[in-house]
Design a protein around this ligand. Structure first.
Ligand code: ADP
Ligand code: MG
Length: 293
């Protein structure tokens, strides 16, 4: 460990004692390519602007995108945590505005197929992060793997992203079904649907209503809406420039929506909930009980 890292750890450890637990927000979706990584990164930036300390965990193992959107090359990634015995704090990378992130490892094939033991090891280590930030944003891969379900069960709030495309809505429903089938009851009431790439608020509302209706009828899960994000032609441009749109085009339409999103997601700030959930309790919530369910 070099001296800078050493000092950083000492500072961090001294902060630990009186530190509250982090609020864990997981951004997920059924279908890929719906905007999760851009939402995670820009939400982090807006929360940072609200004065929160933020860590983004890129949990799309092996297909890390957060670093690409931040335009930062990480020195370490999850591979080092699982195979090289690095601690979580050692592998954090500094992003813009003092945001730290944990890279999911790009093109590392070992990370594409983590077994249950490895996920367990990972989440145990992740629990450490709980003490180092006000907010932890987990950007998951698409779909319903054990890893995704573990993160959902450890979250205080879930942002379920869909676009208006029927395939994307159907796959969002599949995530809800997996939440129901795996009895991740504790997260119900905290699932916020975010409809991305809408052409009007009306379109967003219709998509939400449709999903909420089938979810209530067939799964008995009541969803919450957390608004809509417009289709914004500046977003793909920002991705190409490898700078988050909130930094590169702060006046873009979608940036205003990211600001509103960050305020809304912090509204349900429930201190008591934070003691019963969070990364520290990730096992009790899913993996440990999984086989008994
Ligand atoms: N609101 C939007 N307006 C325009 N393009 C968007 C929007 N949201 C997402 N995109 C496009 O979709 C691509 C994939 O987004 P990304 O955040 O990487 O999705 P995911 O993480 O869900 O796979 C972006 O690079 C961008 O080109
Ligand atoms: Mg992504």
């Amino acid at each position: 460990m070099d001296q800078a890292t050493n000092l950083r750890n000492i500072v961090k450890n001294s902060q630990v004692a009186n530190r509250r637990r982090a609020k864990v927000i997981t951004v997920t979706s059924g279908k890929g390519g719906v905007g999760k990584s851009n939402i995670s990164v820009n939400l982090a930036i807006q929360l940072r602007k609200m004065g929160k300390s933020v860590i983004v965990f890129d949990a799309d193992f092996g297909l890390a995108n957060v670093e690409v959107i931040f335009g930062v090359i990480p020195k370490y990634n999850l591979f080092d945590v699982i195979y090289n015995n690095k601690t979580i704090t050692e592998v954090l990378t500094n992003g813009p505005l003092g945001i730290e992130f944990l890279s999911g490892g790009s093109g590392v094939k070992e990370l594409l197929r983590l077994d249950k033991t490895q996920i367990e090891l990972l989440v145990t280590k992740l629990a450490e992060l709980d003490r180092y930030a006000d907010v932890i944003i987990i950007d998951t891969g698409a779909g319903i793997s054990d890893a995704v379900l573990s993160f959902l069960s450890a979250s205080h709030e879930v942002i379920l992203v869909t676009t208006p495309e029927p395939t994307s809505v159907t796959d969002a429903y599949a995530v809800l079904k997996a939440i129901r089938n795996n009895k991740i009851d504790e997260i119900e009431g905290h699932i916020h649907v975010l409809v991305n790439r809408v052409r009007s608020d009306k379109e967003g509302r219709e998509i939400f209503d449709k999903l909420n209706k089938v979810s209530q009828k067939f799964l008995n899960i009541e969803l919450r809406t957390i608004g809509y994000l417009p289709e914004d032609r500046f977003l793909p441009r920002a991705v190409i420039e490898q700078k988050p749109i909130s930094i590169l085009y702060p006046k873009a339409n979608i940036v205003k929506s990211f600001e509103e999103l960050s305020t809304k997601i912090m509204e349900d700030y429930d201190e008591e909930e934070k003691t019963t959930r969070g990364l520290g309790n990730i096992f009790t919530n899913f993996l440990r009980h999984k086989d008994r369910r």
